[in-house]
Write a protein that binds this ligand. Structure first.
Ligand code: ADP
Ligand code: ZN
Length: 521
């Protein structure tokens, strides 16, 4: 019989040496130990392995753990054995002796946890042996590997559902990937579409301060942010390789220790940067997203984005590299209309099938919504992942709540300018129309005869730019990549155009745009 919850707490201390559960662990352990089918979504480092290791000890019989990461499996087996738990692994790295020893322990009923590489499932012999071995639970780590759309797809993961049916035991799946499509695929492929008890916990990283700024001279903004944090380890993420080199140089000129990192560098040079970053204090790495996979430095004090990340998930993962030690850490993400255009065209020009592209636009929209958030940013971020939260007191919008104004009228004027010109122009030309400028382009096309011509003189050019940016942030308009960024209205704009809905815009973004000095050529 499973032991009671008190047993779980005792084992937590005796075997694992922890004083208390981390957020979410207790409830997940309880559900898994009780034999429920479970899908648990927790961020990397959140403590997922305990959520199947502990129930494995609470349950009779053997728990099979499937993971794609051999080194990690071996590590866990070693740790468990040191704590006196009978654990073993069947992976490609085994010597024949090791494999024999594991099978012996399994047959004698000693073994509690059996770690299995997914490719083993292709072997009918393994499946038959497991059927006779008294398996009482299947735990699947990195469960998103079952998703064919993801980067980590493992064809052998598709056999896990079959194994669950054959053994007829509960299954507990774990992942850090929170997006709804992947969640849906995991439910279909691992649980035959029967929704498991789902937990989404621990995504909040309260020590990380969140902030966004409209892009307004990105190099100067990054230098200012880094300058206020001199001597601290940080990462600057850039959208292009060339930019990493430029910003790293600018930082060095300001007296920072800084180097660049991107996928186009020699492997040796990359390794050298990784090593310096891990061992040196106060180094800044200016990098593309290629930097980060193996970064496991606990005391990264800040992360800045010189360009908008590609999705809300990417944003979360990248800022999440800061403050792993739990001490305060700061982030700054810059965004501008160019970023939005670039990200949209990357999605449209990608090879993904249409429904996947729509999902990618959705993930980008979620990030833009966060950028243009009207209330606490953390609350908006966690809401995206499905976690509820109160206003955090540790983000730029909690620090100074934005002033809002009713932007309905301005948005309707802007939409009208686009529609009356067949949605064929970018923001610059539309603003000229709204401001009543008699440019050559306007005269040639007769746009000075439009009813919208000159109806926007109450706002300045900078204010209109901010209005357009916020409209894109709210996904009311999208630049059409195939027509040089001509702005096209989305369905979301319809209720505003028809006068059925009002829209609030941020005053500060509009006001700031007017203060902007003309760009120096
Ligand atoms: P994940 O698989 O979610 O990335 P791990 O299971 O590897 O995370 O756990 C991350 C780290 O947190 C490990 O070093 C682990 O020992 C530690 N940890 C897990 N649970 C607890 C806990 N309740 N108290 C303290 N440390 C914990
Ligand atoms: Zn907040």
């Amino acid at each position: 019989m499973p032991r009671d919850a008190g047993g779980a707490e005792a084992l937590l201390q005796e075997i694992f040496g922890f004083d208390a559960f981390r957020p979410g662990q207790g409830e997940i352990v309880e559900a898994v130990a009780a034999g429920e089918n479970v899908l648990a979504i927790m961020p990397t480092g959140g403590g997922k392995s305990l959520c199947f290791q502990l129930p494995a000890l609470l349950r009779d019989g053997v728990t099979v753990v499937i993971s794609p990461l051999i080194a990690l499996m071996r590590d866990q087996v070693r740790g468990l054995r040191e704590a006196g738990v009978a654990a073993g692994a069947l992976t490609s790295g085994n010597t024949p002796e090791e494999t024999d020893a594991v099978w012996d322990m399994l047959h004698s009923g000693e073994l509690k946890l059996l770690y299995l590489a997914p490719e083993r499932l292709a072997n009918g012999g393994t499946q038959r042996m497991l059927a006779q071995a008294g398996i009482s639970l299947i735990a699947v780590d990195e469960a998103h590997c079952v998703s064919q759309w993801g980067h980590d797809f493992r064809p052998d993961y598709l056999r896990i559902g079959e194994l669950r049916r054959a053994l007829n035991v509960p299954l507990a799946a774990f992942t850090a990937t929170a997006d709804v499509e992947t969640r849906g695929e995991m439910v279909t492929r691992l649980f035959d579409g029967q929704p498991p008890t789902t937990f989404l916990r621990g995504f909040d990283r309260p020590n990380i301060h969140l902030a966004f700024q409209p892009k307004d001279g990105p190099r100067a903004q990054i230098l200012k942010f880094a300058g206020a944090r001199k001597g601290q380890s940080g990462i600057v993420y850039c959208g292009t390789r060339a930019k990493t080199e430029g910003i790293a140089r600018a930082l060095r000129e300001e007296g920072h220790a800084a180097c660049h990192y991107h996928g186009g560098m020699e492997a040796d040079d990359r390794r050298q940067v990784e090593e310096r970053f891990a061992t040196e204090d106060g180094l800044i790495v200016v990098a593309t997203v290629a930097f980060g996979m193996g970064v496991d430095k606990p005391d990264i004090r800040w992360v800045a984005h010189a360009d908008l990340p590609k999705s809300i998930e990417a944003y979360y993962q990248e800022i999440g590299r800061a403050g792993r030690d739990g001490a305060p850490a700061e982030t700054l993400t810059l965004f501008g209309p160019e970023d939005i255009r670039l990200r949209r065209s990357q999605i449209d020009e990608g090879l993904a099938p249409p429904e996947r592209r729509a999902a990618d636009h959705g993930r980008l929209n979620a990030l833009l919504g966060l950028a243009e958030a009207l209330g606490c940013r953390r609350k908006a971020l966690l809401a995206y992942f499905g976690e509820e939260a109160e206003a955090c007191g540790n983000c730029d919008l909690c620090d100074s709540p934005p002033e809002l104004f009713d932007g309905t009228e301005a948005v309707r004027k802007a939409l009208s300018a686009a529609l009356r010109t067949d949605e064929s122009f970018g923001a610059g030309h539309l603003i000229d129309i709204l401001l009543g400028k008699e440019t050559d382009k306007i005269k040639q096309r007769g746009h000075d005869g439009l009813p919208t011509f000159g109806v926007g003189k109450d706002l300045s050019r900078g204010q209109w730019q901010a209005v357009f940016r916020q409209m894109m942030g709210h996904d009311l308009m999208r630049p059409d990549a195939e027509r040089h960024g001509a702005l096209v209205m989305t369905d979301r704009a319809l209720p505003i155009l028809r006068g059925e809905e009002a829209i609030q815009l941020r005053k500060d973004a509009v006001a700031r745009a007017t203060e902007r000095r003309p760009a120096v050529k």
